[in-house]
Design a protein around this ligand. Sequence first.
Ligand code: VGL
Ligand code: ZN
Length: 220
Amino acid sequence: MHSPAKTALLLVDIQNDFLPPDGSLAVPEGRDILPHVYRLLEWNWDLVVASQDYHPHGHISFTSTHDLPPFTNISVQKPHCPPGVMVPQMLWPDHCVQGTHGCEFEAELKKKLGKDVVIIQKGGDLAVDSYSAFSDNQYTSFTPLIKTLHQAGIEHVVICGLATDYCVYFTAVDSCKFGFKTEIVREAVRAADKAATERVFDDLRGWGCDIVSIDDVLTV
Ligand code: VGL
Ligand code: ZN
């Protein structure tokens, strides 16, 4: 007999540093996702995963590391490649430094996360950035997420969090590449560049991702 596909809720980087008004890399309207995220959390998911951007001091993506202004695009050495093989790197204000308040999950979310939540930390390698919850940006190494999903028998991933145009985007693309039926909850994501939102959604549809409304997700 066919049983319904096992489904995971994936909360991407809902951390203080990505939230207005005080976050060092606050996503505009980032707090507007929170009531929707709390509502999603009340559903009976087979698995709940929360990714956490988790950088050491001196991370390659930090402006302080390079003494250059934020949002500058630079070239950096590609890990494990011969010297001179370069990849682009956007410089961000220092954010989500391990052990700081900015790195913590938003306070109410933290209270609502059950004891069974799986936390996936990323961005811990000094030399490479990591937008996707599955892997660093150069696919140098993978987080435990893919193994966690496979071991739990998950076939369907529902994504919310921050930011639509960076960590949500790359996480959703990887989820599609791995063959999960992948949905993004439109009310429960916000972009760093709001004007990019619809273009990013269109791009994701091209990867096979569905952009859905929270009521569609919670009424199945
Ligand atoms: C993110 C930029 C740098 C994100 C993380 O969570 O979207 N963006 N680090
Ligand atoms: Zn980061």
